[in-house]
Design a protein around this ligand. Structure first.
Ligand SMILES: NC(=O)c1ccc[n+]([C@@H]2O[C@H](COP(=O)([O-])OP(=O)(O)OC[C@H]3O[C@@H](n4cnc5c(N)ncnc54)[C@H](O)[C@@H]3O)[C@@H](O)[C@H]2O)c1
Ligand SMILES: N[C@H](CO)Cc1c[nH]c[nH+]1
Ligand SMILES: [Zn+2]
Length: 416
């Protein structure tokens, strides 16, 4: 079960599941486009096995959900919300900054929140109240005016409580590719959004990628992943526990141990086997372990290069001087430094966002943060003095481009 990986072949094949579902997902999108709500009802019956009576969740159902959730769990969600909110508040920049670059020319940036955002909260193989918070709390902090959420039925009351704590405006009980299509295109019940954020399985992720011409998306955030970079000081039990934690999400989840110590790979394998035997989610984990394994490297330089090539969603650094390695890694969605930084801390409550790029996309995208919910406009305030300072440069380049009206728009002002 616990295998050595040919890492180049593994990297080359890691998007095959996503590619495989693009065709069926295109058909789902086409149905939602053509049939609207009727397609949502039919696809929900087909994929979730549920005859939906109403797509929208009424506000009273969110309020009533508190009665069905343990008080300690509600308190934990409130505490997690506060930590996530505090971390994302730190990312807030100035709404407007202006800087005089030279006399008469002041430049700056104005930042404004998006107006309407859709959050996808997964719910197929597990309920994800934590993801409900991760997608919607930063949107609130950024000042997005309308936040809607789609999540598959039956919707857990815990997810409803989390969405209520975060203060979402609308909730729809639809999941999978059809939910992404509904938010991107709009149906009779689900008004379209400007941007979709949130993770999901390969169907959800493929739909986001296929619809990105019509709606802005955050990034591909598919089945969970972890890479662990470990040396002889690492604790095999801690590593195995982190591996199982990500493997239990999805049969398509993937976990890679990159280590300088041959014996560690065996010790982690033994711990994984011991722990998986007692897991309720054994079946999912075993399939995920089929996509997972270890890579032996000669030293930490090769280890860091291997991690950069993998560009994992989560990186756990388990070496004697982890902060030194932190500075050398480039490609990872979220980095967990040292033996006590369990990935589950970031998944739930430390305050960082757990919505992160997968399938190697951490090499080019950043995880969910405040910037995803804002747009920025550059600003210039130019006086006559400033115009005279740059007029010659503008006119010369504009004339050279043959765009004489551009040049003239400055010349008329210079004269005036
Ligand atoms: N990368 C991240 O930031 C991040 C964060 C949290 C969770 N996740 C991932 O989110 C995923 C959650 O997956 P999930 O399945 O539990 O929930 P999900 O909500 O993503 O998917 C469930 C939906 O999938 C659709 N579906 C299922 N089988 C289908 C089929 N054969 N054809 C078409 N559609 C089908 C159904 O409509 C169902 O509603 C996991 O992969 C987990 O690892 C990722
Ligand atoms: N590990 C997931 C991101 O890949 C996030 C999550 C939600 N709940 C538990 N874990
Ligand atoms: Zn997790």
């Amino acid at each position: 079960m616990w295998q050595a990986l040919d890492i180049e072949a593994w990297i080359a094949g890691r998007r095959s599941d996503l590619d495989r579902v693009k065709e069926p997902v295109s058909q789902i999108i086409a149905r939602v486009r053509a049939e609207g709500d009727a397609a949502l009802l039919d696809l929900t019956k087909k994929f979730d096995g549920i005859d939906l009576e109403e797509i929208a969740v009424p506000k009273e159902e969110l309020e009533a959900a508190y009665d069905r959730v343990d008080a300690r769990l509600v308190e934990s969600l409130v505490e997690a919300e506060a930590r996530i909110s505090a971390f994302h508040e730190l990312q807030r920049g100035r709404d407007l900054w202006l800087q005089e670059m030279e006399p008469g020319i002041t430049l700056g940036v104005r930042t404004t929140p998006l107006s309407r955002v859709g959050a996808y909260v997964p719910g197929g193989r597990a309920a994800y109240p934590s993801t409900a918070l991760m997608c919607t709390v930063p949107a609130k902090v950024a000042g997005v005016s309308e936040i809607c959420c789609c999540t598959p039925p039956p919707v857990s009351p815990i997810t409803l409580v989390a969405l209520d704590i975060a203060g979402v405006d609308e909730v729809y009980r639809i999941g999978g590719a059809q939910a992404i299509a509904a938010m991107a295109i709009g149906t009779e019940t689900v008004p379209r959004v400007e941007k979709i954020v949130g993770p999901g399985n390969v169907y959800v992720t493929a739909a986001k990628m296929l619809l990105r011409d019509e709606v802005e998306i955050d990034f591909p955030a598919g089945p969970s992943e972890i890479a662990v970079l470990a040396d002889e000081t690492a604790n095999p039990t801690f590593i195995a526990a982190d591996i199982l934690a990500q493997a239990e999400h999805d049969p398509n989840a993937a976990c890679v141990l990159v280590t300088t110590r041959p014996g560690l790979a065996d010790a982690v394998g033994a711990e994984v086997e011991r722990m998986v035997a007692g897991s309720e989610r054994r079946e999912i984990i075993m399939k995920a372990l089929g996509n997972s394994g270890y890579v032996l490297v000669s030293d930490l330089d090769e280890g860091v290069a291997t991690i950069d090539a993998i560009a994992p969603e989560h990186l756990s650094i388990q070496v004697s001087d982890p902060l030194a390695v932190l500075n050398r890694v480039r490609n990872a969605g979220s980095i967990f430094v040292g033996p006590y930084a369990a990935v589950a801390c970031g998944d739930y409550a430390s305050g960082t966002n757990h919505v992160l790029p997968t399938a190697g996309y951490a090499a080019i995208y950043s995880g969910l943060d405040l910037n995803h919910f804002c747009r920025r406009s550059t600003v210039q305030v130019i006086s006559r003095e400033g115009l005279l300072a740059i007029a010659d440069v503008v006119e010369t380049i504009a004339d050279a481009e043959g765009l004489h009206a551009h040049a003239e728009s400055v010349r008329v002002r210079r004269k005036g």
